[in-house]
Design a protein around this ligand. Structure first.
Ligand code: ADP
Ligand code: MG
Length: 384
């Protein structure tokens, strides 16, 4: 599916040089939404949509970045790296380069060609795939090697500090450290993780609602503020609580009355979601699919009603899946307000499930959705 030969030939034609080729996957989160910045748990899997990068050295002092997805090139001086974002796709790779430079790495001139099939802006983390593949390509060119978790943290910093998007660590972590046929339970506090095997007869069916409501950016910020408000109330009684990861539903019973109603609801989502995510990993490890499906259903209700991060289209996509053959569990995945749902489906029924869900969604919402039957893939690596 990701043939390095295609990118190699594109890179040769454009830059007249032989590239090293790298790949980094997108991801889908099975459960654990808006828990990463509360230092809680998430359980994503890397998927078989990915971004490829070809890299070769240059002798003219320039960094030339080309994206086949945009059919466009951006040019920089290796000796005068950009200090700030320019609201352009090249912010992602140049953010990574800038963070690597800040770590004391001398950045040489190079040509970087990029191509990816992670749908852009659909909640499958094309941005993290782009950052991680850039980091891998550039560090390999300069002969430096960072452990996967460190590489992920550098890429998150590129997105936070350079691009200016306030994301948690999940996306970059799974893109750098994913394992084929496994989901990964990540403790966002210390970045320790546990792999949970996805049975061969279970498919990851990703259903794109094809909508992304424009409130998403502002709402993400306000949700984080409400989560922090709730945490501050609990911490005023229990100083050991530094993030909602440390809080319990018992704390909410005791002190929820001191929070705004919205902060209370957001906190209830985050606290219960943490518990559900750990339980979901346990269910997956024990091959208890019924329990995993139940936890995913509960997670969707919590995300939609307490966190209020769903939308009509995503709620419909989840509801319409419920009685289709083979469904194990369905929920809205990613930052919210549109994007994709994740459906765990018995593989034998996956094609039929996808077709029926697409038909039902088109009939009810009037939009033809894209539905992808995915596998859990490995993390970023060198292809050739
Ligand atoms: P998501 O990560 O959910 O796909 P984001 O908005 O975080 O959505 O990131 C999408 C952005 O990442 C795109 O708008 C583009 O700027 C950048 N991007 C991702 N993949 C590529 C690519 N192959 N080439 C150039 N830019 C890309
Ligand atoms: Mg992103």
């Amino acid at each position: 599916m990701h043939d390095p030969a295609v990118l190699r030939s594109l890179h040769r034609d454009r830059f007249n040089a032989e590239p090293g080729i790298f790949v980094a996957p997108g991801r889908v989160n099975l459960i654990g939404e808006h828990t990463d910045y509360a230092e809680g748990f998430v359980m994503p899997a890397a998927i078989d949509f990915a971004t490829l990068a070809g890299i070769s050295p240059r002798t003219d002092g320039k960094i030339v970045v080309y994206s086949e997805n945009y059919g466009a090139e951006a040019v920089f001086e290796a000796s005068a790296l950009p200090q700030a974002a320019s609201k352009h796709w090249s912010d992602y790779p140049m953010g990574v380069v800038s963070i690597l430079a800040g770590e004391g790495n001398a950045i040489p001139a190079f040509s970087l060609s990029l191509w990816g099939d992670v749908p852009l802006g659909s909640g499958l983390s094309s941005s993290a795939a782009l950052e991680v593949v850039t980091a891998l390509a550039v560090t390999s060119l300069i002969g430096v090697s960072y452990p996967g978790p460190v590489l992920a943290r550098l890429c998150q910093r590129a997105e936070n500090e350079f691009v200016g998007a306030n994301c948690g660590i999940m996306d970059q972590f799974i893109s750098a450290n994913g394992a084929k046929d496994h989901a990964l339970l990540l403790d966002c506090r210390d970045l320790s993780f546990k792999l949970a095997p996805i049975p061969a007869d279970v498919a990851l069916v990703i259903a794109n609602t094809m909508v992304k409501h424009s409130v998403a950016g502002g709402e993400y910020t306000s949700r984080r503020a409400q989560v922090e408000e709730a945490c501050a109330v609990i911490a005023s009684h229990r100083p050991g609580v530094t993030f909602l990861r440390d809080a319990t539903v018992e704390d909410l019973k005791l002190w929820g009355g001191e929070m705004s109603p919205n902060a209370l609801k957001r906190a209830r989502h985050v606290i219960t979601e943490n518990t559900r995510t750990v339980a979901a990993a346990e269910a997956l490890i024990c091959n208890n699919m019924a329990e995993l499906g139940r936890l995913m259903a509960e997670a969707h209700v919590s995300y939609s009603q307490d966190f209020e991060a769903s939308c009509v289209e995503a709620d419909a996509m989840v509801a319409l899946a419920q009685d289709l053959p083979g469904l194990i569990g369905a929920r809205l995945t990613g930052g919210g307000f549109g994007g994709c749902t994740i459906n765990l489906v018995e593989r034998a029924h996956a094609a039929e499930f996808a077709e029926a869900l697409a038909g039902r969604y088109a009939d009810q919402i009037g939009i033809v959705p894209q539905i992808h039957i995915c596998h859990a893939s490995g993390g970023a690596h060198r292809l050739s």
